[in-house]
Write a new protein. Structure first.
Length: 240
């Protein structure tokens, strides 16, 4: 069965920036795995990031008419890491649960801190794992190799004007893990500046994308429905 893997920073990045491509893979019956690197702004508490995860599962269930989700674990004994995984039919979501960054206020930019060595180690919000820069890179490499994707979607590492640092540093870590593997990737424009590009989605695609985000937003009251994102999706292809 064809394997599609999607890796991104936040629990709503795929709904804003990777759709309708993501939805098309799910509805085509492909084996789909999404990997979410961070949770959310920690100032909102544990209940909030758990609701964001639930919202993402609900959104995927809508896109694929999926069965009930089952929680499992992905274990890497040599790295002493155990990841949380949810599975429904052919679709899986893996949450790494690193602290999510804030563009203002409390600075929990875990990905940026690890890559630039502002912090040597960062604990996940569920306190299950501790990462340094090398361990996170190695974990992503092993995880992606184990999934053996035929198609991999990730954020574009290029900074296109105003954007969230997590988008850029998620891409940097993914590329560091993939370098030399020869895996073909699609780099999606995960940038707020996408609103300045021409709308390129059909009315049907926009309606699906909007409905999917609305389902997610039922669990995430802080998600802002930017209509300009609903009518756009841009990516470029590369081999790393």
């Amino acid at each position: 069965m064809s394997r599609f893997v999607c890796v991104f920073a936040h629990t709503d990045d795929d709904l804003f920036f990777f759709n309708p491509y993501l939805c098309n893979q799910i509805r085509a019956g492909k084996k789909v795995t999404s990997i979410v690197l961070t949770t959310a702004n920690l100032t909102f508490g544990e209940g909030y990031w758990l609701k964001r995860e639930q919202g993402l599962r609900d959104a995927y269930s809508y896109m694929g008419d999926l069965p009930k989700w089952a929680q499992k674990s992905v274990i890497f004994p040599s790295l002493s890491k155990t990841l949380t995984k949810f599975v429904a039919g052919n679709v899986s979501i893996i949450f790494l649960r690193l602290p999510g960054g804030s563009m203002g206020g409390v600075d929990n930019l875990a990905l940026k801190h690890l890559w630039t060595s502002q912090k040597k180690t960062v604990s996940t919000v569920d306190e299950a794992n501790i990462y340094d820069r090398n361990t996170l890179t190695e974990l992503l490499l092993r995880l992606l190799k184990s999934l053996q994707p035929y198609d991999l979607a990730m954020p574009d590492p290029v900074i296109y004007g105003y954007d969230h640092p997590d988008h850029h540093y998620a891409a940097v870590f993914i590329l560091a893990a993939l370098i030399g593997t020869g895996i073909p990737v699609k780099m999606f424009r995960c940038s707020y500046s996408i609103k300045n590009l021409p709308a390129n989605l059909s009315e049907e695609e926009q309606a699906m994308k909007t409905r999917t985000l609305d389902i997610y937003r039922a669990q995430d009251i802080h998600a802002i429905p930017n209509l300009s994102f609903m009518s756009r999706q841009y990516f470029r292809e590369a081999v790393v």
